[in-house]
Structure formats: structure tokens, C-alpha cells
Ligand binder design. Structure first.
Ligand code: ATP
Length: 316
């Protein structure tokens, strides 16, 4: 569905050389990215600021011409076949709008139907689905300029989907949204992904988006792919470990140890203990603990993806 082979984009920027002189410097925004994304995949494309995410998306959507390498989306070459491609992809750039500022959402959607020449019945059924899943009805007749950011984003997603695209590119779709709107957008995208009809490429700085939606995570830094795989693979690579937190009736006996786990914290006068699970399962660790002391409460905490990704960025 999407193929990139040794894709590059260089920008020429002018930098200050001395008080009166500026010289040209070339910045490789995307520096040899090769990826294949199959139909129905949901891929998170993440990286620190300036890593090259937006530049990649712009090349995939035909906004920017690559400096070198190959790119194809739905079997089309994005820039020369941009008009054809537009009918097959949907794009949401969180910071930019594809809606008409002065028109009510409903009319923007009608205009899009004509622009994309979508049969009325298809348009109506897709709009109905979005209205239901994204709760659009209460603001369908409000001019876009008066919508809140969360409402507008729900409108943007609908606008990107009304022509039935095969691939959806989302650049920071939850940026600036409140918790409730974020959840609404994520649930909607999860539902969309579950149908397997739409391929989704998502850039975000909110890793909860990725955890909720994407099985595959591509991490880019300085224009190069530094990880391509599942979130679990990333945890394995960085040795992230689960932790077991237990509230005890009484402190642990002196010298107590759980094989395969490290005691990493003791608080509340010895009544709360935290073990990091190294080479044991939560079940075995819990059984070992319960056999030693009465346990009031316990929880197993999954490794935090934020920590892993922060470590990955810091390492580079
Ligand atoms: N039009 C441009 N002219 C010159 N340099 C550019 C241009 N667009 C992007 N760059 C540079 O290319 C690099 C990658 O930028 P890009 O916007 O793709 O990063 P990003 O990963 O999307 O970052 P962010 O998370 O901050 O949005 C940066 O160093 C940026 O300054």
C-alpha cells in the first residue's frame, strides 16, 4: 500500500557564518528511509521534534518532492499523480484545516462531496457513521470558526473520510485536545482500524495514541529509522520491566528475596514494597510474596512507553 525506498529530502538553509556573511548548509530532513506498509496496517510514526516526520508525510501525500529515492502510495507516485492520489487518501494535519472557516460543518461536507464526486448514498452512509461515532450532531450547523479545537478535529476526521480513502495520514490528530475529545478521536480511529479497510499512518507526540491504536511503531530520528517493530519489541530492546507493587499487613522479614525480581522500593514503614520483575512472571512473584507475608492489596504495573521512548531519544 505504501512503499518508500531510500527516500531522502534535503533542505538548503542559510546559516550565519560571520557577522556579515551567511552560508548555505544542507539539512537532510529525511535521510534514506525505506519502509513498506501493508493494507490495513496501523502504523505509529514517531520521533523527537525535527526528526523528519512531517517531511515524510508531505512526501507521501504529494506536497513535497523527494530529493531522491522512491515512494509510492496506492501504486501511485505522489507528486506527479497527486490529483489521482487525493481521491484515494485522506489527510489530517492537526495544525491545518481542510474545512471552510465561514461555513457550517454540514455545508463543508456537502462541498467535499461535490469536489470528490462521491455518490450521494455513499456520502450519506459515511457521514451517518461519523456523526454517530464522533457525536457531530450538536455542532453540525455551527460555522467552523466557532468550533472548539476538539469539535473541529472531529470535523476534520470526518472530512478526510467522506470520500472513502484507502489510506489515512494523520499528523498530530490529538494535539491540544482535552481528555474526553482525545478518547473520542482514539476510539473512532480504533473502530476504523478494526475494519481492516483503511491503512493508517499516524504521527504524534502523545504516546497514548500509539499504545491505543498502533501495533507497529516506527521511530525516526535525524531523518533515519531507528526502530521498526511492535511496542513490545521496543520494551524488550530497552529491557523495560514490569513492576509489582504490594501493600503488606506487616513488613517483609529480614533478608527476604524473590527469585528473579529486585526489591526496588520499600515505603510506608515497610508496608508497601515494589519489586521489579526481571526473569520471573507476575504470577510466580505474587505466589512467593503471599507465602511469606499477608498481602492486603497488589498491582502489576506495565512498563511505561514514555520512559522507553525517552531513553531511546536520549541515547542518540
Ligand atoms: N521548508 C523547510 N525548509 C528548511 N528546513 C526545513 C523545512 N521543513 C522542515 N525543515 C527541517 O527539516 C527537519 C525535519 O522537520 P520536520 O518538520 O519533518 O520534523 P518533525 O519530525 O515533523 O518535527 P515536529 O515533531 O517538531 O513536528 C528539521 O530540522 C526542520 O527544521
Amino acid at each position: 500500500m505504501i512503499k518508500m525506498k531510500d527516500l531522502r529530502k534535503d533542505f538548503t538553509v542559510r546559516v550565519k557564518a560571520s557577522r556579515f556573511r551567511r552560508k548555505k548548509r544542507t539539512v537532510a530532513a529525511v535521510d534514506g528511509v525505506s519502509l513498506t506498509i501493508d493494507r490495513g496496517e496501523m502504523v505509529g510514526y514517531i520521533g523527537p521534534n525535527g526528526a523528519g516526520k512531517s517531511t515524510t508525510l508531505k512526501m507521501l501525500t504529494g506536497v513535497l518532492t523527494p530529493s531522491s529515492g522512491e515512494v509510492s502510495v496506492c501504486g501511485l507516485t505522489p507528486v506527479p499523480q497527486r490529483t489521482k492520489l487525493a481521491l484515494r487518501i485522506g489527510v489530517v494535519f492537526g495544525q491545518r484545516s481542510q474545512l471552510w472557516w465561514d461555513l457550517p460543518l454540514r455545508e463543508s461536507f456537502q462541498l467535499l462531496r461535490h469536489i470528490y464526486r462521491v455518490p450521494a448514498a455513499d456520502h450519506a452512509s459515511r457521514l451517518k457513521r461519523c456523526r454517530d461515532l464522533l457525536d457531530l450532531d450538536e455542532f453540525l450547523d455551527t460555522p467552523v470558526r466557532q468550533l472548539s479545537l476538539g469539535q473541529r478535529m472531529r470535523g476534520e476526521l470526518t472530512a478526510a473520510l467522506l470520500h472513502g480513502p484507502e489510506v489515512l495520514f494523520l499528523d498530530e490528530p490529538t494535539i491540544g485536545l482535552d481528555v474526553v475529545s482525545k478518547q473520542a478521536v482514539r476510539s473512532f480511529l480504533a473502530e476504523l482500524g478494526a475494519t481492516g479497510d483503511v491503512t493508517l499512518v499516524l504521527t504524534t507526540h502523545d504516546l497514548a495514541d500509539i499504545e491505543r491504536l498502533c501495533e507497529r511503531l516506527v521511530v525516526i530520528d535525524h531523518g533515519r529509522v531507528v526502530h521498526d517493530g511492535s511496542i513490545e519489541a521496543l520494551h524488550t530492546r530497552y529491557g523495560s520491566r514490569r513492576t509489582l507493587v504490594a501493600d503488606l499487613e506487616k513488613p517483609l522479614p529480614d533478608g527476604f528475596a524473590l527469585p528473579g525480581a529486585d526489591l526496588t522500593a520499600v515505603t510506608a514503614n515497610g508496608h508497601r514494597v515494589t519489586f521489579t520483575l526481571d526473569s520471573t512472571t507476575a504470577g510466580v512473584a505474587v505466589a512467593g510474596l503471599v507465602a511469606a507475608v499477608p498481602v492486603r492489596d497488589l498491582s502489576v504495573v506495565e512498563p511505561d512507553i514514555e520512559d522507553v521512548v525517552a531513553r531511546l531519544y536520549a541515547e542518540r
